[in-house]
Structure formats: C-alpha cells, structure tokens
Design a protein around this ligand. Sequence first.
Ligand SMILES: [Zn+2]
Length: 229
Amino acid sequence: MSFTVVIDAGHGGNDAGAIGHVLKLKEKDLNLCVAQRLADKIRQHYPDVNVVMTRTTDVFLPLQQRADIVNKNHADLFISIHTNAAENRKACGAETFILGTDRMEDNLDVAMRENAVMKLETDQTVYQGFDPNSIESYIIFELMQNQYMDNSLVFAELVQKQFVGTLQRANRGVRQAAFWVLLQSACPSVLVEMGFISNAEEEKWLASEAGKNGIVNGIFNAFENYYKR
Ligand SMILES: [Zn+2]
C-alpha cells in the first residue's frame, strides 16, 4: 500500500478567507498556490506517494467534504493550508495546529474563524447542530478521543521547525485547536497557518515568490522527514 497524503487549500470560490490590507492578497489564492506547488513537488520527488488535493481550482468546497476526501482516500497524512489574520495588524509569524483541547480557549478565535466557513454552506445537517460561533458547541472537542495525536504532533513540529529555522519566521509554536476539518479526518493531521495576511510586512512576504517557494520547500522538507522516518 502506497502512502497517501491529502493536501487541502483552505477556502475557495465565494469564500475568500482572510484578505490582506495592502496588496489585497486573498487567502484562498495563496493557499491554493502553495498547496499546488507542494503537491507538484512531492509528486516529483516521490512518485510512489499518492498525492491528493481537495481542490485544484478556485471553487467553494464544504468543510466536511474536505475531511470526506481524506477518509475516502484512506490518507496517511493530512495537511490543511491556511493563512492567518488578526485585528492587531502587528501580529505576525507562523503557527502549526493539531487537533486538541490544550489551551483551546486561547486558540478559539482562529478555530471559530476557520470553522465559520460552514455557515456559508447550504446543507448544515452534516454538522449535527454544531454551531461554529457558539462556545458551548466546542464541548464535543473535549469529549473526543484523538488516536492520531502523537503522529500529528511529530509532523507539526517538523513543519514549525522549518518556518522558524530555514524561513526565520516569528515562532508562534505548535498549538492545539478545535478545527472541524481536523476532527473529522481519520489520520495524522495538521493545519498550517503560514503567516498573517493582516500584517503589511508579512502579506508582502507571503505574496512574494521567495515567500511562497520558501514555504513550499519548508513543508516539503517536513514531509520528507516525516515520510522517511
Ligand atoms: Zn483559513
């Protein structure tokens, strides 16, 4: 059985995700660009690895469908690519998330923002009453069993090491948060917040070829280390 990695470009279509203030860079476009280049690079270097993308064009894709793709393909690793944003325009740096409830309250804002995508979907029934904007809803994350935590953490730390070491980004660390897309994915999974599109300097870096290729190479190196383990 070959190793399957699912690469998810967050957002898409009428869901732009976060938008930069200076260049008006859209999260959905940056996520897709990085995801596509990462997929290409893994395919190039590891033709035996089955690389699946959740989307390859600018389309809207429900949150649950992304996890369904992971599970249908019996993925061994799931990488969801996102870009951060904050009211505080000085906020900057990279953070890599795994599913978990350690200091969940601290990371509730980012989880709520990424989960709120489901509100744009026409069919809410798959979410079984989960309201991404209600703190009470997040109790389900406290109740879960996460058998993929150890391997998720191994990969997340490899990714974060690349952002901080090679790419010299501000280190916001490996964190735990309540992301629906990770909860529903039955394999080691991480959600990468590459940087803050809301920070003028970082938006410029994210938009640059050096920035994008640096991130692609970084996540690729992390994948290589994890895969070869
Ligand atoms: Zn996002």
